[in-house]
Write a protein that binds this ligand. Sequence first.
Ligand code: NAD
Length: 274
Amino acid sequence: MQTVGRLEGKVAVITGGASGIGREIARRFVAEGARVTLGDLDVRLLGEAARELGPACTTLEANVTVEDDVERLVAAAIDAFGRLDVGVNCAGLSTFGPIAELSEGDWNLTVDVCLTGVFLSVKHEARRLLAQGEGGSIINIASLNAVQPAEGMSAYCASKAGIDMLTRCAALELGPHGIRVNAIGPGLIDTPLTQFQRDLPGIRAGYLENIPLGRVGTTQDVASAALFLASEESSWVTGDLLLVDGGARTKRYPEMFRLIAEGLADLEQQDLGT
Ligand code: NAD
């Protein structure tokens, strides 16, 4: 990876930084000269990230749904590196269930992590950036599902659409202080979160049919967008939702109920055959 120091001297907090997209953003930011503090629930993966990234990285076990944890995470970045310039709010999960059967528990879990967690993170990052008085950049990881509905994913889609509006509200309020707030909407990216579509090849094919650029996305694709939004190259961009989806927005979301039913039936057939 070529490094040109586009984030030299900057300090970033990254929630959900232990795995997948958050981990790749941490890698890219450090390669570009930043120092990062990663917060996550997964202590084992946090340890791995710390060993990989060395002295430019500190980590903290932090649950984004707990306000004290989020406050401690921002404080940890200040303790370690003396300042904050960038917040990347990436922690997330997904639940699946038809709306008529979706439990309140699954709904609440999804909204708590994906939407309330982003709100709490923006709140405490903004407080610190306002106190410093030197501007900054906040990047919320939403989804293509902020704008494109998906069967069985109502809680996730509603949360991600909520991030889009939260991002615009925060951009409106914080713009006069030089703090930019943007969201990224990834399409299908290969990470642990999307293992299901590697387990059921019909689902992966269903996604691919609807991606004009003809491939699934990588964590590097999203990290490149995050680098742009964190750096001065995007200094006049705020309140935006940048879709990183291979053009999937121009088509339609795969028919999840049908594809899952067919995929599970195929697996059952294979089991019977062995
Ligand atoms: P991932 O599972 O690899 O990473 C998510 C990380 O969030 C994990 O390390 C997990 O431990 C952490 N996390 C979960 N709940 C948390 C909590 N309460 N507090 C702190 N950390 C918590 O998945 P990913 O694909 O890298 O997802 C990262 C973000 O990207 C999510 O917000 C996801 O919704 C979004 N996204 C992913 C895709 C995709 O196709 N992979 C597409 C669109 C959006």
